[in-house]
Design a protein around this ligand. Structure first.
Ligand code: 13P
Ligand code: SF4
Length: 361
């Protein structure tokens, strides 16, 4: 029964004490979030893994790439557990290492004759690879090896500035929307942000498109955030004149343009916290997070832009039953569902992650 399941989780937490830290992403359901020692966005959770060196086990209630990142940043003695190994991210799966390698080779061939320098005469690269945190450890490692960097939705503009100090253009993967929205906000024209097709010769781009490109976008997207539309924003404003609209930057560009603000899950949380009683706020992000904010601020009207319930189906795979099963294992001395990034991949990926941390103010 549910009661028995929750009693098992509480008992295991009690037994394991400070040897265990449970991290929960904002999109996790409340039955899971209630057990998290830290709840946050993907950037905060990556840092949270670092702030509990005494914990020998990090149980990551999030998705696979987040657990991998925790394993890369954690001390070697710490282990990371993902309660359900099927909790992946469909967007992260849209960029595999082979396709990115193929695209990279094509770009290196296309720009082989370029010899670029910055305003101070220093040599710069033709392309700097930038991967969104929502990607496999192998792709973070690829960026580490090729002078690239990782970004999250909370720091994408700062990271792109870092990349433009070191290169003429950026290959941004896997999320086309975060790449486009961020570059557009930096003033880069849309015609300088072509989308690449790794399967086509020349990436499906003409030589003029390749020459003028500043941000080469990978065609990935988030199946939750691509559902948000301008029509939903228009309806929210018509139904609630004066309402405020905030969306996650994984949403399509016209949606971000029509909203009052766009930001990471933590930025959305702060936007709501800074609002006033009586305000009406329409949010374009995952439903568990929106419902939690609505419950936390009952004196405001807070709702999801999409009238059809839109959970992240893979985040939802972290059921309390899996949490209980992995914690029971730890109590019995059995490690279940450990996420291990091999040493070579972890070392290269860490380079790209540390570049991100160093680039931040
Ligand atoms: P945040 O970095 O904003 O937490 O987003 C992660 C994510 O997967 C959004 O879909
Ligand atoms: Fe991936 Fe989208 Fe789920 Fe975020 S909401 S974890 S990007 S599928």
């Amino acid at each position: 029964s549910d009661d028995e399941l929750h009693a098992r989780i509480r008992a295991a937490k009690e037994t394991l004490g400070s040897r265990l830290v449970i991290l929960g992403h904002f999109y996790q359901r409340d039955e899971v979030v209630q057990y998290a020692d830290f709840v946050g966005d993907s950037f905060q959770l990556a840092n949270a893994a670092l702030t509990r060196p005494e914990a020998e086990t990090i149980v990551f209630c999030g998705v696979h790439f987040m657990a991998e990142t925790a394993d890369i940043l954690a001390r070697p003695e710490q282990r990371v557990i993902l309660p359900n190994l099927a909790a992946g991210c469909s967007m992260a799966d849209m960029a595999d290492e082979d396709s990115v390698e193929t695209a990279w080779e094509q770009l290196m061939a296309a720009y082989a004759d370029e010899h670029l320098t910055d305003a101070d005469g220093r040599e710069i690269a033709s392309v700097v690879p930038v991967t969104y945190m929502n990607s496999s450890a192998a792709l973070k490692a690829f960026c580490g090896r090729h002078g690239g960097i990782v970004c999250t939705s909370s720091n994408a503009a700062t990271v792109l500035e870092w990349a433009f100090e070191r290169g003429q253009r950026v290959l941004f993967f896997p999320d086309q929307h975060l790449g486009r929205n961020t570059a557009k906000a930096m003033g880069i024209p849309l015609e300088q942000m072509p989308m690449v097709n790794a399967r086509k010769p020349g990436l499906g781009l003409s030589s003029e498109e390749l020459a003028q490109a500043r941000v080469l976008l990978w065609p990935g997207f988030c199946s939750v955030h691509k559902r948000f539309t301008v029509a939903q924003i228009d309806k929210a404003r018509a139904d609630h004149p004066g309402c405020k609209v905030i969306v996650h930057p994984e949403s399509p560009m016209p949606v971000v343009d029509a909203a009052d603000a766009a930001g990471s899950t933590d930025a959305i949380k702060k936007f709501v916290a800074a609002s006033s009683p009586g305000d009406v706020i329409a949010i374009g992000t995952e439903i568990n997070m929106v419902n939690r904010l609505a419950a936390q601020y009952p004196d405001r009207t807070i709702f999801c832009l999409d009238p059809v319930i839109c959970p992240c189906s893979t985040m939802y795979r972290i059921h309390p039953g899996y949490l209980a099963w992995t914690l029971d294992g730890l109590v019995e001395g059995e490690v279940r569902n450990e996420i291990v990034v091999d040493d070579a991949t972890a070392a290269d990926a860490k380079v790209a992650l540390e570049r991100m941390l160093a680039a931040l103010p």
